[in-house]
Structures are given as C-alpha cells and as structure tokens.
Design a binder for this molecule. Structure first.
Ligand SMILES: NC(=O)c1ccc[n+]([C@@H]2O[C@H](COP(=O)([O-])OP(=O)(O)OC[C@H]3O[C@@H](n4cnc5c(N)ncnc54)[C@H](OP(=O)(O)O)[C@@H]3O)[C@@H](O)[C@H]2O)c1
Length: 215
C-alpha cells in the first residue's frame, strides 16, 4: 500500500488527495496551521485519509507532494524526504511570492529551487499547469480520444516514471519534457500553461515555449 503525504492541502493538495483516495492510496494531509484545521477535509476524503503535521506527512509518505506557495518552500522538512519521490506542483507568482531574483533573471527554475533545498530527494515537477478544479473533472481512461496530457520533468528517470504512472492512474497522459531545468517551458504564461491539450498538442506547446525575456 502506497501512502502519499501532502505538504499543502489547499486547492491542488485537496484535489490530488481526492484522486488518490479514489484509487485506493492512503493520504496524510498537512498545512501550515496544523491537523486540527484539516478535519473537514479528511472526513470528506474518508477512511484512507488522516491529517498530520508537516513533519508527519513528510515521514509517512512514500511519495510526497509539495503544493504550497513558492515563497514557503524553504520551510519544507529536508531529512524525512531523503530518498523519496517529491512531486512539485509549485509556480512563481511574484505578487504572491515576492520577487525572486534568480527566477526573474531565469537563471533557475522553481523545481530546481526545491531540488536544491532537498538534495537527497527525487523532485519531479508535475500538476503545475492544470487548474485545480480540472483535476477531478477532466481525467479520462487511458486510450480515450483526445485525452488531456500533463507534463513530468525531473532528473531521476525512475522517479519520473513513478509520477508518470500516477498521472495515468489519475486520468491523464504523461508527457516527459526532460530535466527539471526544462520546467520553464510550462511556467505561467507559456503556451501550454493551463490549456487542456492532448499529448501531441502539449508537446508542441512545450517545444514552442519562449523565455519571459523573449516574450
Ligand atoms: N490553484 C491552482 O489551480 C494551481 C494549479 C497549479 C499549480 N498551482 C500551484 O500549486 C501550489 C499550491 O497552490 P494552491 O492553489 O493549492 O494553494 P492554496 O489553495 O493557497 O493552498 C496552499 C496550501 O499550502 C499550505 N501552506 C502554506 N504554507 C505552508 C507551509 N510553510 N508549510 C506547509 N503548508 C503550507 C496552506 O496551509 P494553510 O492554509 O494552513 O496556510 C494550504 O493548505 C502553488 O505554488 C500554486 O501556484 C496552483
């Protein structure tokens, strides 16, 4: 039995948890305010769900999803995530996160920042370019005509395969866009961002992405 830990239980965390419990995974939810604030959510999620502290969700998860505002990633616990697949859904919104110089000059990417914070973890970028509501409404069985596709990016092939398989289970085709450093190709305002593209169209959108400085 695989447990998915959630650091962040807002729009995206709660939606991914709904998909996960629907497919028989156990989930441990956490947020910044503490497990007592997550009782309504875990009641809704049912018997496969519990709430814990951030450290408990990080320790319990075989796979851990980090889905919090980007400005908070340095608070993510490091040691309990060592050796684990960590899914990064995060995006950079300066009005929310403040200006981050190395993202403004595009010398790194959001997921590389999380990987740098978690050097012993296998960070995989995923679920950053789909609106939260669409996660539970747009999934279709494998092989469906026009099935929506979602990207994976990562520096560890096995971790990427694990997340690609999860994406498929959740109802979407997975498109591998390469290493974490390629994650900018699906950042805010790129052609593939939040568009309900099937795999071929998502691949084209990712290939045609431009850097902010070239837009
Ligand atoms: N919303 C979307 O459609 C969407 C789509 C794709 C990607 N994203 C990205 O995914 C990330 C999450 O987005 P969201 O819309 O789910 O955000 P959200 O609804 O605001 O939820 C954020 C969650 O993170 C928790 N959190 C904040 N700081 C934390 C910390 N230091 N430690 C642990 N938990 C913390 C919050 O807990 P408290 O409430 O207790 O503070 C809350 O549960 C963002 O980077 C966002 O840009 C969002």
């Amino acid at each position: 039995m695989t447990t998915i830990g959630f650091i962040g239980s807002g729009n995206i965390g709660s939606q991914l948890a709904r998909l996960a419990v629907g497919r028989g995974y156990d989930v441990v939810m956490s947020n910044s305010r503490g497990p007592e604030t997550l009782q309504d959510l875990v009641t809704e999620l049912g018997d496969h769900a519990t709430a814990g502290t951030v450290a408990e969700a990080a320790s319990a998860g075989d796979i851990v999803v980090v889905t919090i505002p980007l400005h908070a990633i340095d608070t993510v616990p490091v040691e309990p995530l060592a050796g684990k697949v960590v899914i990064d859904t995060n995006n950079y919104y300066p009005q929310r996160d403040g200006q981050i110089a190395e993202l403004d000059d595009e010398s790194t990417t959001t997921s590389e920042m999380l990987q740098r914070h978690l050097p012993a973890s296998h960070v995989v970028k995923a679920f950053n370019h789909i609106a939260a509501a669409d996660l539970t409404t747009q999934g279709t069985p494998s092989g469906s005509e026009g099935r929506r596709a979602l990207i994976v990016a990562g520096d560890d092939a096995d971790a990427k395969k694990t997340v690609a398989d999860l994406i498929d289970e959740f109802g979407f085709d997975a498109v591998d866009i390469g290493r974490l450093s390629e994650g900018w190709r699906i950042q805010r305002d790129t052609p593939g961002y939040v568009k309900p593209y099937a795999a071929i169209d998502l691949e084209n959108a990712v290939a045609n992405a431009k850097r902010y400085r070239d837009m």
